[in-house]
Design a protein around this ligand. Structure first.
Ligand code: 5AD
Ligand code: FES
Length: 366
């Protein structure tokens, strides 16, 4: 027999069945889930929100994910690669504006020149910011040697979303097995942790073929992998991608949004001390989507600091927000939004995952 949501929320450990029930909760019960997640957040990590200035430095990608607007088979996108000089300028902007951290994100490439380029950029960014800025990388699957090299050059957090932790679903949205391997992706997450990164992963919510059971398993996957940071948000169709053909079979955008908030809230209750990002995709559905996520559990936001002239071409999905803004407008806008929900920005801080330090029994340094 189904339990009462209030009874489930009292427990310390959720079973798969409990999570499924929470994900299916009605509007009234969902309010209680959100309330509990808010309490846990306040108690374990407080109301600080940390910035990660996001630099989307190139949309050239060797992968062919069926949902992504910058997949290599998409001929309708103008490819760009921001110069080192402009990347350094963006990093400097983040440093001078007290962001604390940046994320360097781009399409996945693995060649030697690319690996060297990132390595040099990392050293240079550390140098021009007096070793102060925290650097997260989001550059896909790489060898352990590459991860180690980048770590030694100054990166200390890495994002690699598993996208879907159900292997079958993973291959439905990444069918080309010449370039996509689920097992390799899992191995990459282990490599990252072994090298010493704070490791982040995540999934898309509302994908075609995805079930509530899959989402419950995603949350259990994060727990079993002992993940430090999560970024997850709604799947949003992009018309130049193969997955667009399934657009009529998806749940409505608003439901995808609410389900994403539920995923965040349940995860906050399950994994109390991890960092959870308010994904930009939330804002593609609701103008204050990211703020809503922060209210119910997220504590990280990634203001876009990509030079504005490139932003329109880093369109992973339709309706991507903040494409016309410049860097200063972005930060003013986000600051005001966070104040409105009684959050406080952790300026100048790395805002590392407390979970990581617990895992490594280390003291937080920054
Ligand atoms: N909708 C939502 N998120 C997407 N991403 C890529 N394409 C889409 C889409 N159509 C996400 C992936 C990737 C991250 C950088 O962007 O999860 O890991
Ligand atoms: Fe580039 Fe998926 S299309 S990693």
């Amino acid at each position: 027999m189904a339990k009462l949501i209030s009874d489930i929320l009292e427990q310390n450990n959720f079973s798969r069945q409990d999570i499924i029930q929470l994900l299916n909760a009605n509007a009234e019960d969902t309010k209680n889930i959100f309330r509990k997640a808010k309490d846990i957040k306040r108690k374990y990590i407080g109301n600080k929100v940390y910035f990660r200035g996001l630099i989307e430095f190139s949309n050239i990608c060797s992968k062919d994910c069926l949902y992504c607007g910058i997949r290599k088979s998409n001929q309708n996108v103008e490819r760009y690669n921001i110069s080192d000089e402009n990347i350094l300028r963006a990093a400097k902007f983040a440093y001078e504006n007290d962001y604390g951290s940046i994320v360097i994100q781009g399409g996945e490439l693995r060649n030697k020149a690319f690996v060297n380029r990132i390595d040099n950029l990392l050293k240079e960014i550390k140098r021009i910011t007096n070793n102060k800025i925290g650097i997260t990388l989001s550059l896909g699957e790489q060898s352990e040697e590459t991860y180690k090299r980048w770590f030694d050059s100054g990166a200390h957090r890495y994002l690699l979303r598993i996208e879907a932790s159900n292997k079958e679903l993973y291959y439905k949205i990444h069918p080309n097995t010449d370039i996509h391997s689920f097992d390799e992706r899992i191995k990459c997450l282990s490599r990252l942790s072994r090298v010493g990164y704070q490791t982040g992963t995540g999934v898309m919510i509302g994908l075609p073929f995805q079930t509530t059971e899959d989402l419950a398993d995603d949350l259990l996957f994060f727990k079993s992998m002992d993940i430090d940071m999560i970024g997850m948000g709604p799947y949003i169709e992009h018309k130049d991608t193969p997955l667009y053909a399934y657009k009529d079979f998806l749940m409505p955008l608003k439901e995808r949004f609410t389900l994403s908030l539920k995923m965040i809230a349940i995860l906050r209750i399950m994994q109390k001390d991890i960092n959870i990002a308010a994904a930009t995709a939330l804002q593609a559905i609701d103008p204050i989507g990211r703020e809503k996520a922060i209210e119910i559990g997220a504590n990280i936001i990634m203001p876009n600091i990509t030079p504005p002239s490139y932003r329109a071409n880093y369109r992973l999905y339709e309706n991507k927000p903040c494409i016309d803004e410049n860097e200063e407008d972005c930060v003013n806008c986000i600051e005001m939004r966070i104040k409105l929900i009684n959050g406080e920005i952790g300026y100048g801080k790395w805002g590392d995952s407390k979970h990581y330090f617990k895992r490594h029994l280390k003291e937080e340094l920054h």
